[in-house]
Design a protein around this ligand. Structure first.
Ligand SMILES: Cc1cc2nc3c(=O)[nH]c(=O)nc-3n(C[C@H](O)[C@H](O)[C@H](O)COP(=O)(O)OP(=O)(O)OC[C@H]3O[C@@H](n4cnc5c(N)ncnc54)[C@H](O)[C@@H]3O)c2cc1C
Length: 399
């Protein structure tokens, strides 16, 4: 019987396995941790955004790579929701259009339902670390499970799916240690970069503001923008409007973004209020700007501009903030970088290693948090699993 080895029990690996359940094959799912889906559960600790309810084209626009957009065409947000329903997980749409598990369903229940769905056919081999591979064998380190340091084993495969994740939150098993293994084989990889990261600001921006929230503002940088709340931390800012502009900031030599403190109001309206006010400080009060916005404007806008309603309007609508950098890669929600899409087919099959597929965050694509990362991971797992199951079907169909 043909053997398929899937390494990595995150959403990408689990979805690849799911697509093979009906094929006549043996499926081994390996992971270096003692349980699968650890990052999936970490994602569940905050808001567990499984995907988003946007229309297909709005949805795909959130991704930076044509490769992943193509995968999402084949397995969309609707397909993912339908699958979750099939395993008994109802979902609900949040006020911002994000999709969550329905009330009371905990992340571990989602993971367990999925594992149970796979259990009759998939053999889980845990505490098993991928260390190398060639055209038909994968080498794994089994010293943790056997308690014998350095013990490795070679397993034969007919098809191999690597779904090893990115490089953040290494405690979950996604440690990026696969990078040099693939690089040594001449597979083109792009450097890991922090994504969906908080932004580190220069100290003079922080004052006593830690814990304060900039509510309903809009950030923008290049062609990326996002409305929401930014929280001031000890080192800078966190929140969706910070994460959503990471990609554009990463491209700049001296990264600067702009904040619109009043996105609900036109510049003309802001100007009118400032013009009518007794003085600029009164104008800021009438505009109901929060403490952080007022502190930044008073600290960083020159007196001359502050006294000029036109210039002050510009400062309120397009306030520039230079950043010192991103958070350390291990702390961020996701990583960009990984296997270059020039190295793979539309199904994730490596050009240099036919029958070896890659899936999930280990491929170089990027998207904002809010359901797009899990969706990209399951869609890429789907295309890999489906391509293998199709290969089986065509091999078995009568002439
Ligand atoms: C704090 C946080 C919150 C998040 N919130 C959300 C959210 O709300 N919505 C959203 O869409 N996304 C969210 N994400 C991102 C999302 O969880 C990931 O993008 C997704 O899990 C990636 O799936 P994957 O299958 O590609 O890899 P992973 O889930 O990272 O799984 C990779 C697996 O491979 C295993 N592995 C790695 N190397 C080896 C090796 N050498 N040998 C054997 N096994 C190995 C790991 O142990 C791991 O189990 C969040 C992430 C974090 C950290």
């Amino acid at each position: 019987m043909k053997r398929i080895i899937i390494i990595g029990g995150g959403p990408a690996g689990l979805m690849a396995a799911t697509q093979l359940l009906k094929s006549d094959c043996e499926i081994l799912l390996l992971d270096q941790k003692a349980s699968v889906g650890r990052k999936f559960l970490v994602a569940g600790d905050g808001g567990f955004n499984l995907t988003h309810s946007e229309t297909p084209s709005e949805f795909r626009d959130k991704y930076d790579s044509e490769w992943i957009k193509k995968a999402i065409r084949q397995f969309s947000n609707k397909d993912w929701i339908k699958f979750l329903k099939q395993i008994g997980i109802e979902t609900k749409v949040g006020s911002s259009g994000k999709i969550f598990p329905a009330d009371e369903i905990k992340p571990i229940q989602v993971l367990n339902a999925w594992k149970e769905f796979l259990a009759p056919k998939v053999q889980f081999m845990l505490n098993t670390r991928f260390v190398n591979f060639d055209e038909n064998q994968v080498e794994v380190d089994i010293s943790t499970s056997l308690n014998t340091p350095g013990k490795t084993e070679k397993l034969d495969f007919d098809y191999l799916v690597l779904a090893l994740g990115g490089k953040s939150w290494s405690v979950t098993g996604s440690d990026g240690a696969w990078f040099p293994i693939l690089a040594q084989k001449g597979i083109a990889l792009n450097e890991f970069l922090p994504s969906n990261s908080g932004l580190v600001l220069y100290e003079n921006w922080l004052g006593d503001l830690e814990g304060k929230i900039l509510k309903n503002i809009q950030t923008s940088c290049g062609n990326q923008s996002c409305t929401g709340d930014l929280t001031i931390t000890q080192y800078g800012v966190e929140g969706k409007p910070a994460y959503a502009i990471n990609g554009a900031l990463r491209k700049m030599e001296k990264p600067v973004f702009k904040v619109d403190f009043k996105p609900q109001m036109t510049s003309d309206k802001v100007f009118e209020i400032l013009k009518k006010a007794k003085n600029p400080s009164q104008g800021l009060k009438e505009l109901k700007l929060g403490e952080v916005a007022i502190f930044w404007i008073k600290t960083f806008v020159s007196k001359e501009r502050f006294l000029n309603p036109k210039e002050l309007t510009k400062a309120i609508k397009e306030f520039p903030i230079g950043i010192k950098g991103f958070r350390p890669i291990d702390e961020v929600i996701s990583t960009a970088g990984g296997v270059a899409d020039s190295e793979i087919s539309e199904f994730g099959e490596l050009n240099q290693f036919p029958n070896v597929f890659v899936a999930g965050e280990m491929i170089d694509w990027d998207a904002p948090t809010g359901g797009y990362l899990i969706q990209g991971s399951v869609s890429s797992g789907y295309v890999a699993g489906k391509a293998i199951s199709r290969a089986f079907d065509s091999a078995q169909s009568p002439e």
